[in-house]
Design a binder for this molecule. Structure first.
Ligand SMILES: O=C1O[C@H](COP(=O)(O)O)[C@@H](O)[C@H](O)[C@H]1O
Length: 229
């Protein structure tokens, strides 16, 4: 079962989570000379990314990437890369090496092989994966009822191209095996709707219905869940 941390204030949760992530990155750098960090997009991680951006650390030794990306231009409002460039990759953290999940290919399926090749250069396993969760129980871009979900749950590749059944844009996503290979997994949950889905996901049931279960119902990798109002 995951370890839970509860906060009434989202800002306090973000500050605390940023401190925890920075501490693990420092430990990884001390142990192995480098650290790797895969971050979620969407709305949830923004305050954590802003807090991390201000955190002193030898960012030049950190490789940063995403757990998923929408197949849109990097400057588009929906781009997860844009979120990182506008938040984390400013100030001291701009010294980090960023490995994007989006390239110039016409679509996510055509672009996936080059992303997979680029991921071979990331210090592996990932030291830290920061997951989010949608109200449909998706995590990264592993969506319930997606045609590629079975592959995403079973593939030994690090990345997969996905077309979400009910969300915009083709995506690139980490696979379940890439997520679970990480040394530490974090999950952010906020708001009553997501709390209810999270509680349901903790009950035994198929990963296919609530893909976040791939992280919650396993014992391979420690998972810390940061829950706020
Ligand atoms: O589409 C996405 O959704 C999830 C959840 O996003 P949020 O806005 O509800 O926090 C996110 O974890 C994922 O990275 C993103 O691409």
């Amino acid at each position: 079962m995951p370890t839970e941390y509860h906060f009434t204030d989202g800002g306090a949760a973000a500050a605390d989570l940023a401190t925890r992530i920075a501490s693990l990155l420092s430990e990884a750098i001390a142990a192995r000379g480098t650290a790797s960090l895969a971050l979620s997009g969407g709305r949830s991680p923004k305050p954590v990314l802003e807090a991390l951006a201000r955190t002193p650390l030898d960012w030049s030794k950190v490789v940063v990437t995403l757990v998923d990306e929408r197949w849109v231009a990097p400057a588009a409002p929906d781009s997860n890369e844009r979120l990182l460039r506008d938040t984390l990759l400013t100030g001291p953290a701009a010294a980090a090496q960023f490995v994007p999940m989006k390239n110039d290919a016409a679509d996510a399926y055509a672009g996936q092989p080059a992303v997979e090749a680029a991921f071979a250069a990331i210090p592996w396993p990932l030291d830290i994966v920061l997951l989010g969760m949608g109200e449909d129980g998706h995590t990264a871009s592993l969506f319930p009822a997606a045609a590629e979900l079975a592959d995403g749950l079973s593939s030994t590749a690090r990345t997969i191209a996905v077309t979400p059944p009910a969300a915009p844009h083709q995506r690139l996503s980490l696979t379940a095996s890439a997520i679970l290979a990480a040394r530490h997994i974090f999950l952010q949950i906020s708001g009553d709707a997501k709390k209810a889905v999270y509680a349901q996901a903790l009950e035994d049931g198929p990963v296919e219905t609530l893909p976040i279960r791939l992280a919650l119902l396993q014992a391979q990798t420690p998972v810390e869940v940061w829950i706020s109002a």
